[in-house]
Design a protein around this ligand. Structure first.
Ligand code: AMP
Ligand code: GLY
Length: 426
């Protein structure tokens, strides 16, 4: 079978690494891909949001399965477009993907089905928003309703900063139309985690647990990023906690989708805050996480093509999804200045003697002379597996300095388990 993967980051490299191991897979194309992906797949010059071009390509190249990485094409309706043309595609429909496209929609759904989440109000004008601030204590959280590439959530410690945030989003329109509506939310003080699930419309199958580090700097300092590192499994998600998440979140979410007449197929990524031992939903993403996928694909034992086909066909069998007992760790090497401003085109040098390490490429490209250069904020994902997280961590950190590019930085505290456990007990 020919497979098309849409996207070009570390998440897509990890998916392709796993898809390419399947006996069902003949050839993989990736749009647009990156330098590392080009070793496993033929990269084609179509952007992830050029959905009509992708559909034409899939028809012309007898693609048996298309796998969508990022949210944009899903929110634009790539799945509906492909299905209208009789093409098989892994990812939710436009109607289902709208949950990532609108915070307000997600909150309405969560409240309707009594799924634990922070209290909120919505506001359609700055006057209404300022008026409604009175209903909350500080800190509070202000969120742009629409897609904002990770820049749409502001935690405000007092009224002055809340009014500033409202003005910037709704008067100066710093995020354009994404903040025509905003959500004001109670601040949840707890431990953040996430659960990624495969779904086939009828069944929900949580993947192995993982932990993401969102802040740019060590000790969770600095700005929010797409994710600076991950590990799996996450010791905070004990069997008991997983049962709670299943009973209080996953089953009610599945019930809610069905009651709304939504057949959700693909990956649902549920962001959670665990507050005093109780999981509460922060957000839905309608796709695999990045860099959660990197550590998960290193542990997935089952055939990913088969799982994805079963999801699209409504035949998912959770008992057939097997994970290795090993632990995995991923550390992101990023460009100096990320997540704000950074330069691209820096030559990457990589010592040939990387020891038992898997490097997934994120923002990389070839320059005119065939050198691999930086092409984004998050550049490389340095990953390893071992019997436990500590050993996997050691492998990553004893190799990462064999890689270098001008301005490269990475967090030094990824996968120090005692930090996570301390916070979990707090
Ligand atoms: P979201 O895109 O809604 O997940 O928000 C981005 C980040 O903001 C989350 O990963 C959390 O770290 C933080 N956040 C969002 N909502 C809340 C909340 N109600 N309380 C505390 N932190 C939050
Ligand atoms: N790592 C967070 C995300 O993919 O949204």
């Amino acid at each position: 079978m020919n497979i098309l993967v849409v996207g070009g980051g570390g998440r897509e490299h990890a998916l392709i690494y796993k898809l390419s191991q399947s006996s069902i897979c003949d050839k993989i194309y990736c749009a647009p891909g990156n330098a590392g992906i080009s070793e496993l797949a033929e990269c084609i010059d179509i952007k992830a949001n050029e959905i009509q071009k992708l559909c034409d390509f899939a028809k012309a190249n007898r693609i048996g399965l298309t796998v969508v990485g990022p949210e944009d094409p899903l929110v634009m309706g790539i799945t509906d477009l492909f299905e209208e043309e009789g093409l098989k595609i892994f990812g939710p429909s436009k109607e289902c993907a709208a949950f990532e496209g609108s915070k307000k929609l997600t909150k309405e759904f969560l409240f309707k089905y009594k799924i634990p989440t922070a209290n909120y109000v919505k506001a359609d004008s700055p006057e209404e928003a300022i008026d409604k601030l009175e209903r909350f204590n500080y800190p509070l959280v202000i969120k742009a309703d629409g897609l904002a590439a990770g820049k749409g959530v502001l935690i405000c410690k007092d009224k002055v900063s809340a009014v500033e945030a409202i003005n910037s989003l709704m008067v100066e329109k710093t995020l354009g139309g994404a903040a025509d509506t905003i959500v004001i939310e109670e601040y949840l003080d707890g431990v953040e985690t996430s659960v990624l699930c495969f779904m086939d419309g009828n069944t929900i199958a949580p993947m192995a647990s993982s932990k993401d580090y969102k802040r740019a700097m060590d000790n969770d300092m600095g700005l929010n990023t797409g994710g600076m590192g991950t590990y799996s499994p996450n010791p905070l998600i004990t069997e008991k906690m997983m049962k709670k998440i299943n009973d209080e979140i996953l089953e009610p979410v599945l019930h809610g989708f069905k009651a709304e007449g939504l057949s959700y197929k693909g990956v649902l990524y549920i962001g959670l805050m665990i507050v005093d031992g109780r999981p509460k939903v922060l957000e839905f993403n309608v796709r695999f996480g990045d860099p959660e996928t990197q550590v998960l694909m290193l542990r997935l034992k089952s055939d990913l093509v088969e799982i994805m086909l079963n999801c699209t066909d409504g035949m998912l069998d959770p008992s057939k999804i097997q994970w290795s007992d090993e632990a995995s760790v991923c550390v992101v090497a990023a460009s100096g200045g990320y997540p704000v401003e950074y330069e691209k085109g820096k030559k990457i040098s990589m010592d040939g003697n990387l020891d038992d390490i898997t490097v997934f490429h994120a923002g990389t490209a070839f320059d005119g002379e065939g050198n691999i250069v930086t092409n984004g904020g998050r550049v490389l994902n340095v990953c390893a597996c071992a019997n436990d997280i500590e050993k996997a961590r050691e492998k990553v950190y004893s190799n990462i300095d064999k890689i270098s590019f001008d301005g490269m930085f990475y967090r030094k505290d990824i996968a120090i388990i005692s930090n996570t456990l301390d916070k979990g007990m707090a």
